[in-house]
Design a protein around this ligand. Structure first.
Ligand code: NAD
Length: 247
């Protein structure tokens, strides 16, 4: 018996990194998974890994920042699976730069994918959850949304927005038995952080009390807890997964 037996989870940004680890964790515990990312072919690896766990996996191309695309893809998921019990808003990007040099386009891009994307997916999926009168939403924020970071004003603003959105959604949908929580990862070893220089990585490591970078599985474990029934009385919360960096 898995804690997600009989449940359907939709994961955005499921092709790799934290999204892939989360899809695999939920599948390992019994969930069937709707895998969403920009291009269907990017999701093939996650799809075959979920199927290898004996669960159903279907892939859907979806740009979370485009309303019509989200509505279409979520409609396809509903048609394919008949329900959505868990939504993981994980898709996100960085376009770092100092405030004085940041192009307007880089601000817009990050806000559109990270924040508006979370809004659009939550709106489309919560329509289904409201009919079911149950659901759990987990948004992937960041500790940078709590503490800020030089060179990431767009990213930090987007993730602070995700945290505020999570709290409002939690209050608005609680009466329909829908919970919404956020995780705020610290430095997690994925393609997103791969691109940082060795100097920056060393500096980060020096500031992590547990003295290691997190893994996608470290984050997936906490997401699974928040998405599952063990967290039935937890809503509107932000849980940091950062090796003790932010306390
Ligand atoms: N890696 C970290 O240290 C870290 C720390 C804190 C928060 N996060 C957050 O975790 C989430 C996942 O990050 P990751 O490290 O696994 O990154 P990643 O770059 O490895 O994966 C992100 C995924 O999102 C997808 N994606 C990007 N734009 C999209 C769009 N418009 N529509 C649909 N999918 C899109 C990408 O194709 C990719 O598969 C992000 O929201 C990120 O901000 C990561």
């Amino acid at each position: 018996m898995g804690r997600f037996d009989g449940k359907v989870a939709l994961v955005t940004g499921a092709a790799r990194g934290i999204g892939q680890a989360t899809a695999l964790k939920l599948a390992a515990e019994g969930a069937d998974i709707a895998l969403c990312d920009l291009r269907k072919e990017w999701i093939e690896d996650t799809e075959s890994k979920v199927r290898a766990l004996g669960r159903r996996a279907e892939s859907f191309a979806m740009n979370v920042a485009v309303g019509d695309d989200v509505t279409r893809a979520v409609g396809e998921v509903e048609k394919a699976f008949g329900r959505i019990d868990v939504l993981i808003n994980n898709a996100g990007i960085t376009k770092d730069g100092l405030l004085m040099r940041m192009a307007e386009e880089d601000w817009d891009n990050v806000l559109e994918i990270n924040l508006k994307g979370t809004f659009l997916c939550t709106k489309a999926v919560s329509r289904i959850m409201m009919k079911q009168r149950s659901g759990a939403i987990v948004n992937v924020a960041s500790i940078i949304g709590l503490i800020g970071n030089a060179g990431q004003c767009n990213y930090s603003a987007s993730k602070a927005g995700v945290i505020a959105l999570t709290k409002s959604v939690a209050k608005e949908l609680a009466a329909r038995n829908i919970r919404a929580n956020a995780v705020a990862p610290g430095f997690i070893a994925t393609k997103m952080t791969d691109e940082l220089s060795d100097d920056v990585k060393k500096q980060m490591l020096d500031n992590i009390p547990l003295k290691r970078f997190g893994s996608p599985d470290d984050v997936a474990n906490v997401i699974a807890f928040l998405a599952g029934d063990e967290a039935a009385y937890v809503s509107g919360q932000v849980v940091t997964v950062c090796g003790g960096m932010v306390t």
